[in-house]
Design a protein around this ligand. Sequence first.
Ligand SMILES: *Cc1c(COP(=O)(O)O)cnc(C)c1O
Length: 395
Amino acid sequence: MNDWQEMEHKYYMPTHKRTPLTIVRGQGARVWDENNKEYLDFVAGWAVNSLGHCHPAVVDAVTEQVKILIQASNSFYTIPQLKLAELLCKNSCLDKVFLCNSGAEATEGAVKLARRYGHLHLGGAYEVITATGSFHGRTLAMVSASGQPKFQQPYMPLPSGFANVEYNNIGAIRTAINSQTCAVMLEPVQGEGGVNLPDDNYLKAVQELCRQTGVLFILDEIQTGIGRTGNLFAYQQFGVEPDIMTLAKGLASGIPIGAILAKDRASVFATGEHGSTFGGNPVTCAAGYATLKFIIDHDIAGNAGQMGKRLAAGLKSLKQRFRFVTDVRGLGLLQAMEFDSDIAQPLMLACLDGGLLVNVLKDNAIRFMPPLIISKEEVDRALAILEKALSGIKN
Ligand SMILES: *Cc1c(COP(=O)(O)O)cnc(C)c1O
């Protein structure tokens, strides 16, 4: 058998801290390693496999599409792209779509769109206000947008045009908005930054402030969108409507995709001002359409809401039992558990040993983001494995 870890060490840039597990196969909420050991997958390709691994609706749609048409340039019309765009608009508060290939590309495109709006309607305003602890992607500009020094420091100097201000503090945004501001961009719930939930009225207040000052309100729903929080989009839970929204992770169940959605008034790209070779590719869009249609038709967001409550309740009861658990927080199937010391890595390895994949969110916190099709039985099994792992951890 190949030593995959050795091969990675030899040939792959060491950008990722890898868990010592080679995944060779997946089905539903489960994956298998080379030795055919089974794991419950509460990482789901980083909140990507919304319908689980290899869901028949996605497999069938992709299989059919690769036989018909794999790629055509965006100088032509292609049907899967237009069907996905229509489905996204009909099921959200946004009117227009641009499709790309990843989350970072979607947020970067959203910022370009906001800058165009600034040029056209705000006297040349170009600055985008973002929050500390945010994560918007890995391109140079999105590193600058993301309010986390650990991502920024290695790449100084960063592109200008972003102001990172304290999250969940409306006063900080009010102070930062000036005549150069074209948009405020936030995650409804901060994912990578720690599964941080805003206070009830924060997003409403931000929306109100944006309306008053005329700047655009952008929500990055790359992690929270497509059912994860219990609604198709998290903005619905907070009673707001963004002018621009970005999507990626869960949209195509694992086929790489990104999307920028905008209200008509914010949809200001003119012909030739933005583009993508692969964006809106037929195969990708067939996967996106199949995923979104299945999620809508079978109320998978509802399941995510219910299973999220079950998971949260189970995590909270574990918090009662284990005094070193200091916090349980999240929304729907995006949940985190925090500890009073840096035990996330050994705990993750103990879960791995027990047959459960979880994500190390921070040195002292783990994250759960299972497929949205997860069942009660699977949630309960994951909680049992976690309980055993927690029991074994010396604090
Ligand atoms: C993951 C993520 C991104 C970046 O997406 P990539 O596909 O990795 O480029 C941007 N914003 C949020 C909120 C994310 O969770």
